[in-house]
Design a protein around this ligand. Structure first.
Ligand SMILES: [Fe+2]
Length: 245
């Protein structure tokens, strides 16, 4: 899928590309090799989520990486960084943050406890601030966007894999969407072949899940902003991909 990124950047004339990669390794976690592949394909920053440490070797990779970040509220002992500062193609500095929601997720530290200090740190480093808020509940994601309206450029929700129809720019100039959606196979139960999750739900037994393959889409969101960090547009991206047979 990453091979589509250079053409997508050109098509949308994107000065920056942020990819959530927490499910890049067969639906659970990411490896160092896959993270490098995403960066080489043109991702400026890769964000993660609740599956950050699922794969061996990733902890030391994250500890050394400036551009592959894990949720900032992963706990004091978690290797890696929760904030990346990069320069966009047009020369504007951009700070990218990653936080986990606390509702229905085993989150070590409440995002609400640390978000203000984190945003202050990001704003001191860059005029454009982007938050990937990796969370389960729509209420918490909408609340976070509302809380940060006027202080950050965008609050983009991830984790639930189903693209929501609420892409908008809030009154204070913050772009927001509850969930950017899933890049992957949509003929599935959020990425898995349906037989596995259906067996889990109907029997309550543990079942190994397999990645599905049908109806592959690239989903995300396109945010336009000024060099002052104020967003002007926030639009859904949904592209069907024909994979080679
Ligand atoms: Fe997740």
């Amino acid at each position: 899928m990453e091979e589509n990124l250079p053409a997508l950047r050109e098509r949308f004339d994107a000065d920056l590309a942020i990819v959530n990669g927490e499910n890049a390794a067969d639906g659970a976690g990411i490896t160092a090799k896959l993270a490098d592949k995403l960066l080489a394909a043109g991702a400026d920053v890769v964000t993660l989520g609740n599956h950050t440490y699922r794969r061996g070797g990733i902890a030391s990779y994250l500890a050394a990486s400036e551009r592959v970040i894990r949720p900032a509220n992963s706990g004091a002992e978690a290797p890696g960084h929760g904030l990346a500062v990069v320069e966009a193609r047009n020369g504007v500095r951009v700070a990218v943050l990653n936080l986990l929601g606390q509702l229905f997720l085993p989150t070590p530290v409440s995002p609400w406890e640390m978000v203000d200090a984190l945003v202050d740190e990001a704003r001191a480093a860059a005029p454009v601030v982007f938050l990937d808020f990796h969370a389960e509940a729509t209420s918490e994601k909408v609340a976070m966007a509302t809380w940060l309206d006027g202080r950050v450029t965008a609050v983009v929700g991830t984790h639930t894999h189903v693209q929501t129809s609420d892409a908008r720019v809030l009154r204070g100039g913050t772009a927001a969407i509850t969930d950017a959606g899933m890049t992957g196979p949509h003929d599935s139960v959020i990425g898995s072949r349906p037989d596995g999750p259906l067996r889990r739900f109907t029997t309550g037994l543990p079942v190994r899940l397999e990645v599905a393959s049908g109806d592959v889409r690239i989903e995300g969101v396109l945010v336009e902003c000024g060099s002052d960090g104020r967003a002007s547009t926030c639009e859904l991206v949904r592209i069907h991909v024909e994979l080679p047979a």
